[in-house]
Design a protein. Structure first.
Length: 190
């Protein structure tokens, strides 16, 4: 877990330790994060690092990263028929931009729209994106996976992708096909 301390996270990402699940693997570590700009929370999520020294066949390895990312979207984004595919591309592009080697990626991108009625009718309609993903780290550079997930949180919150600091002289990060969302949106209502 000491490797995670070396993660270079964007200043908008506020990281907190969290209770780790106990039944998924013999060893686990978890953090939660939120993206905050000017005191407004724009996105939140959770990252869990699982370790099973015996390995697990479904993981094709000893480690597994499991994440959840959630953000409210602008109304005009909600109708985009490619939004689910774009959300998944944000994840893959973030991993690649941070040279976070991975295998066996899987997950879901869920869009939820809310229209309010009755006593809540004064609230504007809202749409939320939730990206649940897991993958097997292909190397022991867990700080790169944490930094990539931090960038996924920021991009899903509508912030432009940020190029990470170079990992070494031979590695030049590429943002690939990352598609930023429009400017920041209003704060999430709880």
């Amino acid at each position: 877990m000491a490797a995670l301390d070396g993660a270079r996270l964007r200043p908008e990402v506020q990281l907190s330790p969290a209770p780790a699940p106990r039944r998924l693997a013999p060893y686990s570590f978890a953090v939660t994060a939120s993206v905050e700009v000017d005191g407004e929370e724009l996105a939140d999520g959770r990252l869990v690092l699982l370790y099973d020294p015996a390995g697990q066949e479904a993981w094709n390895g000893e480690f597994r990263v499991v994440t959840m990312t959630r953000a409210e979207l602008e109304p005009e984004m909600a109708g985009d028929p490619m939004l689910s595919e774009v959300g998944w591309a944000w994840l893959l592009d973030s991993l690649q931009a941070h040279a976070a080697g991975f295998a066996e990626p899987s997950g879901t991108v869920t869009l939820a729209s809310s229209q309010y009625f009755g006593g809540l009718a004064d609230r504007p309609s809202s749409t939320e994106i939730e990206i649940r993903a897991s993958w097997t780290p292909a190397d022991g550079r867990f700080e790169r996976h944490l930094a990539a997930w931090g960038d996924l949180l920021c991009v899903s919150a509508g912030l432009p992708p940020a190029a990470p600091a170079p990992q070494g002289p031979a590695e030049v990060p590429s943002l690939g096909g990352v598609v930023p969302m429009p400017a920041r949106r209003r704060p999430r209502s709880h």
